[in-house]
Design a protein around this ligand. Structure first.
Ligand code: ATP
Ligand code: MG
Length: 374
């Protein structure tokens, strides 16, 4: 049983142009056997948080506990080598002058109590089986494929059977296809071993796919934490809605049971902080907004003009102009839709959420639908 508790972590770097507050008041708990992901854009403090857990950075405030042991804080600082942790970092740095065996055996050799030769062989063999590299012990590490090198880095992180596994963008060096496959393998392996894991990525798809829980970071802080499905369905801010999935935002004024927008009232769920009269942002997932060529007489149905309908295999990706507002929406892949025709969009109320408008806006929606079908 291993639980990681991070409380009120803070880390500032002194750079040439003054102090950089990389991590500010970061707190989270990773329960035993859980896969926990720090997700956020470049520079938001993910790696710094992970390096603090690993003991590679010294936080200036906060505590880090692994079960009952304080790793950092309360006047204590346990050095990296004495922390019961396995790591794979962004540049996963297998050692090119070593064989597969030597790479995996290295953490055992440098540990405080190195095992016997026979025991080392056994532990290395076991770790290689875990990642599917058995039989490749004598292969020079550079002669492995990208995916195999990635697995080697994992085997090396796991060979000491650490209590905690830390992974910093471990798949980012791989091409898209291999990344997809490796993330399936990684998920299976983590679930099978039941090893408590902290993962860092800026890739929301990876975070949703792999994690039991995700913490979204922005400017050194955790702005929301939860299960992937809850973050997706109930983002607390426009930043989170935009970062975790694809979202359309509509500003509007809160009225009883909805938001005034699109020349009418959009029925929706209101986040708790909102009362009538408040400024809100309506958040909708494009895959929940449906386009039809005839009205169906439903709640939240709005007439508009079809601007774009691009064929994407399992659906048509549409942009519909509703009283001057462009809405992202979807239609059935076999729907016969013509550009500039009159259409009706349905915004299912249970998939519309109004959140407080804090002024944050996504980067302008890029129009990438030039080669549309119709
Ligand atoms: N050694 C350092 N000295 C000075 N500033 C640093 C140092 N390491 C990180 N920073 C700054 O701290 C902030 C957080 O950096 P961090 O590496 O934690 O971001 P990140 O979320 O991992 O980003 P990325 O996705 O690009 O890896 C950034 O502004 C970065 O420039
Ligand atoms: Mg990083």
């Amino acid at each position: 049983m291993t639980t990681l508790r991070v409380e009120s972590l803070r880390k500032t770097f002194t750079a040439q142009r003054g102090a950089v507050r990389a991590v500010e008041d970061v707190s989270f708990t990773v329960e035993d056997a859980r896969f926990f992901t720090l997700l956020g854009p470049s520079g938001c403090g993910k790696t710094t948080t992970l390096r603090c857990i690993a003991g590679l950075e010294r936080p200036e405030a906060g505590t880090i506990r692994l079960d009952d042991d304080v790793l950092s804080g309360d006047g204590r600082f346990v050095p990296t080598h004495a922390r019961d942790i396995g790591m794979v970092f962004q540049s996963y740095a297998i050692w090119p002058h070593m064989t597969v065996f030597e790479n995996v055996a290295f953490p055992l050799r440098v540990s405080e109590h190195p095992p016997s030769r026979a025991e080392t062989r056994r532990l290395v063999a076991e770790a290689l089986v875990l990642v599917g590299l058995e039989g490749l012990e004598e292969r020079p590490a550079p002669q492995l494929s990208g995916g195999q090198q990635q697995r080697l880095a994992l085997a090396r992180a796991l060979v000491r059977k650490p209590k905690l596994l830390l992974l910093d963008e471990p798949l980012s060096n791989l091409d898209a296809k291999l990344r997809q496959r490796m993330r399936i393998e990684l998920r299976e392996l983590q679930r099978r071993l039941g090893i408590t894991t902290v993962y860092v990525t800026h890739d929301q798809g990876e975070a949703l796919f792999l994690s039991h829980r995700v913490a979204v970071m922005q400017n050194g802080r955790i702005v929301q934490e939860g299960r992937p499905r809850d973050l997706y369905a109930s983002p607390a801010s426009a930043f989170v809605a935009d970062f975790v999935g694809d979202a359309t935002f509509l500003p509007g004024e809160v009225v009883e049971g909805g938001v005034r927008a699109l020349g009418g009232i959009v029925r929706c769920a209101l986040s708790e902080a909102l009362t009538p009269g408040a400024k809100a942002l309506l958040v909708m997932r494009p895959e929940r907004v449906l386009v039809r060529s005839a009205p169906a007489g439903l709640v939240n149905e709005f007439a508009g003009t079809l601007r774009v309908a691009a064929f994407l295999g399992d659906h048509l990706d549409c942009i519909v102009d509703v009283v001057g507002t462009e809405l992202r929406a979807r239609a059935h892949p076999t729907a016969e839709l013509r550009r500039e025709q009159r259409v009706w969009v349905e915004l299912p109320p249970e998939h519309c959420l109004a959140i407080p408008d804090d002024g944050w806006r996504p980067r302008a929606l890029a129009r990438t639908f030039d080669d549309d079908e119709t």
